[in-house]
Write a protein that binds this ligand. Sequence first.
Ligand code: NDP
Ligand code: OXD
Length: 314
Amino acid sequence: MAGKGKVLLSITGFNPQRWYELLSEERDVVLEPDGPADPTIEYAVVWKQKPGLLAKLPNLKAIFSIGAGVDHIFTDPGLPEVPIVRVVADNLTQYMTEYVLWRVLDHHRQGQLYRAQQTKKAWHEPPQRPAQDISVGIMGLGNLGRAAADALKTVGFRVNGWSRRPQEVAGVTTFNGDAGLVPFLNATDILVVLLPLTEATKGIVNYGLLKELRRRNGIGGAVLINAGRGRLQRDADILRALEDGTLKEASLDVFEVEPLPKTSPLWNHSKVFVTPHAAATSDPAHLVPPMLKQMDAFERGEPLDNVVDREAGY
Ligand code: NDP
Ligand code: OXD
């Protein structure tokens, strides 16, 4: 470990043990020191680090998020001006693609209806429509959005995508920016949200936006799937949209407050499918080796990959 920068591991909300063990195979690792500044720490590997903790490290060279999203890092008011690296990994992308396919197919094939019928032992076959009749719109055409789009196209869905800047994705009708948002929504039956949480995207999934979705498809209404971040959406607006038919159903993996409070009406809503921010888990066995490789490369003078654009916030 001689000559290799020390790593601080600061993880809130789940067990850091496996991350600690794997990082320790190649580097000295400390868990959240609460003492004075430690000049030997050069890297921080974090999920919702304690505010102010990183500001105390005089020789910090880079911050590694253990997730694809970095909004949890930016909540720290004393964030040092060092590069922030986020996760881009096949394993995480695969999990998210599976989640999106699972939820889109379940809504498309009327899973909610069949589950309700089964509880009543009802034998009834509703009309069917092929995937080609349905447009899935993906908000966020980044690493995760593009992979999900590819998988959905393979099944036969028509796919639209919305991003901040113009993007070209084969077989996907793309829209971008404020001007592209309403046309994108007007052409979308099932909305999949895979955006990062930034100043520009906070609260974007609100009642007004849901109203713009298309509602003339074979599945009998518009559907929302959010696996981006909870604070992109307004939980109350989703409930309102479900009550008045603006939305037919929703699959929500993320919520304004997590864990979702036991008192939330979303838990028991017959039209809502809830998962506990589990769409794509960060598996240390897959994510630590590339992190360690990046640290080694950085120490050889090579640039870091997947560095966050601080101005854009993702
Ligand atoms: P990327 O940074 O690769 O892609 C982000 C996409 O969002 C880009 O297409 C970007 O546009 C677009 N975008 C950002 N801001 C705006 C805006 N203001 N208006 C329109 N489009 C915008 O991110 P990933 O695909 O890797 O991840 C997306 C998010 O998924 C993460 O930030 C995280 O919040 C969430 N996530 C959730 C998980 C879960 O388990 N629920 C697991 C992993 C990630 P452009 O192409 O122009 O840059
Ligand atoms: C992530 C997440 O950002 O798991 O990777 O939410």
